[in-house]
Design a binder for this molecule. Sequence first.
Ligand code: G
Ligand code: G
Ligand code: NA
Length: 248
Amino acid sequence: TRITNELKLAIERQEFRVYFQPVIDLQTGETIGAEALIRWQSPRGMISPGVFIPAAEDSGLILQIGNWVLRESCQQIANKLKAGWRSDFDVHVNVSVRQMIQSDFYEQLVQILQETGLPPHNLTLEITESCLVTQSEVVASLIKRVRQLGVSIAIDDFGTGYSSLAYLHQFDFDYLKIDQSFIARMLENIQDEAIVSAIISMASGFKVLLVGEGVETELQANRLRELGCQRVQGYFFGRPAPLESWPE
Ligand code: G
Ligand code: G
Ligand code: NA
């Protein structure tokens, strides 16, 4: 298809960039990490990953693109750590299920960590909730091996996937990320606040860190802090941007 051919060209012409959105520790107000988000600067202008990632998944090009994002993100953060960034800085990289279940994903990950010099404890892989449902056995055993390396796992967009509470206990993970739709409505809608509050207590029961996504106002941040949410990201704190434009 047309988009597949354009994506192949985009890989050759190196039109992809990685932007980073800050993740804030709500207790200290400090930037504790970042989420890597791919951007495509195509000849037709910037194209959203919401558009091209599904096409890349369908065509299989996600394997190449995902490998590139992981390597590039690890390299950029490894450079910052060498330049004196806090040693507990935590970079989150999104991985598609198709990418994660390829037979040599683990070997690729190990190779990228070695070649970029990023310490494994500085890396978190973000997988979506729905990824746990499809291929759950392969994913569960991979998660185990990845965590033995010291790399962390985050469950992304939590609350929007297939009902997941029944099988969450089969997986070991380190972070839950509440989907931004709940946070967007939380202050106006008592049900949304109840859902956010329930996910926060669940995370604390699981002893995993909770990240609130899509925080756009100070009021939302304050409410999340009161409810016990540890970390947040969102336009109120910072938009995704190239690392060069981050404050030192
Ligand atoms: O950055 P933005 O909000 O436009 O991203 C839209 C969607 O694309 C989000 O769901 C996000 O998880 C996904 N996405 C962004 N970057 C990557 C990436 O590097 N790999 C994968 N698999 N998905 C990504
Ligand atoms: O896959 P994930 O849900 O982590 O993707 C995050 C997406 O949300 C990215 O496309 C990012 O650009 C977008 N995003 C990040 N912060 C905000 C925000 O405060 N408001 C809105 N509407 N979108 C955001
Ligand atoms: Na994500």
